[in-house]
Every structure is written in structure tokens, then in C-alpha cells.
Design a protein around this ligand. Structure first.
Ligand SMILES: [Mg+2]
Ligand SMILES: [Zn+2]
Length: 190
């Protein structure tokens, strides 16, 4: 599709939503009470939307097939995130499979990105993936998208290059929008 608008495909946990970190590893919120939006997320989505960018959310939720969470809970959390960020739940693309399923949607597979780009009417070559783990960056590579890695300092393997590295969701959006710092960029972390 030519002349398509650019879009950002955000990973959810650790990017728009605070991951729960235990022993240096990130975990998703498993209930609504555990859900906290990343403090940068509302501004990040607003700035992109105002600049005319498409925004979607692409998330692996393997805790569902692992029996740790229900699909319904994931949909509730997605709904709360959508409400909090002014997005439609139709902008959320979720994989409910684990590694052994052979599905195309579990990142680093490209399936969620392909679906999200189609939903937004965006060309994958004009999409930027923002994620906090190697699977997000791997999916960006396979789909032919730009990759921005938010390095949260987890104790796990780093993504395989190429990617652009930042350390916050606000910094990712600053980079995408051309280095204009957001009003919140100078704020100290809590
Ligand atoms: Mg994540
Ligand atoms: Zn899947």
C-alpha cells in the first residue's frame, strides 16, 4: 500500500504497562489490581496520535495456555489499558499460544505485526515496533519493521541487532518523532 500513514506497534507489558519484575525477569500483570500503566504511556500515545501516526498494541500472553491466567482476564486488562490510553480494543492484537503451538502470531513470529498493520491500513515498512524483550525485536525483523528496544535492564538475553536502544517509553517516542523531547522527558523516575 503506497502513501500509507506511519504507525507504531507497541508491545504491551514492560512498554505501555509496567511489568512486574522478579529476580530480574519481567512478568505480566495477572489481574486488574496488578495493572499499572507505564507513567509515560498516556503521553506517548497522545503525541503519536496527534502527529497522525497509527498506534496498535501487539502482545504475547503465554500465561493463558500455561493455565496461569484466563483469556477473559487478558481481555479485561487489554480493555483497561485501552481505556487508559484512549485506544480502541480493536487496536489490540494478542497471541494466546505457547512455543509448542507453532502459531505464526507468537513473537518473534511476525503474525501479530502483520495483523496490526493491516488493521491500521499501514505498510509494515512504515511501522516501528517498540518492545522490551528480544522477541519483540525479532518479530520486527521478520516483519520488516523498524525496531526500538526499551532496555529495562532485565537479567535475560539482549535482542539481536539491529535495533535502536532507549531506556523509557517516552524516549522511544522522542526518537520516533524525530528527537523532540516530550514535556515529561526531564522528569525524574519515581
Ligand atoms: Mg514486553
Ligand atoms: Zn499465537
Amino acid at each position: 500500500m503506497s502513501g500509507s500513514r506511519p504507525a507504531v506497534l507497541f508491545d504491551r507489558d514492560g512498554v505501555l504497562v509496567r511489568a512486574l519484575v522478579r529476580d530480574g525477569r519481567p512478568y505480566p500483570p495477572r489481574s486488574l489490581p496488578e495493572l499499572r500503566l507505564d507513567e509515560d504511556a498516556p503521553d506517548a500515545v497522545r503525541r503519536l496520535t496527534e502527529a497522525g501516526w497509527g498506534v496498535a498494541v501487539v502482545t504475547n500472553q503465554p500465561d493463558v495456555p500455561r493455565g496461569l491466567m484466563t483469556e477473559e482476564t487478558v481481555h479485561r486488562i487489554n480493555g483497561a489499558v485501552a481505556d487508559g490510553l484512549g485506544l480502541s480494543t480493536r487496536s489490540f492484537f494478542t497471541c494466546f499460544h505457547d512455543d509448542d503451538s507453532g502459531c505464526a502470531c507468537r513473537k518473534p513470529g511476525p503474525g501479530l505485526l502483520v495483523e496490526a498493520a493491516r488493521g491500521l491500513g499501514a505498510d509494515l515498512a512504515h511501522c516501528t515496533v517498540v518492545g522490551d524483550r528480544w522477541r519483540d525485536i525479532g518479530a520486527a525483523h521478520r516483519a520488516g519493521c523498524r525496531a526500538v528496544w526499551i532496555d529495562r535492564g532485565y537479567r535475560e538475553r539482549a535482542p539481536r541487532p539491529p535495533y535502536e536502544r532507549v531506556t523509557s517509553t517516552a524516549a522511544a517516542v522522542d526518537l520516533i518523532l524525530g528527537g523532540q523531547p516530550s514535556a515529561a522527558a526531564g522528569r525524574m523516575p519515581r
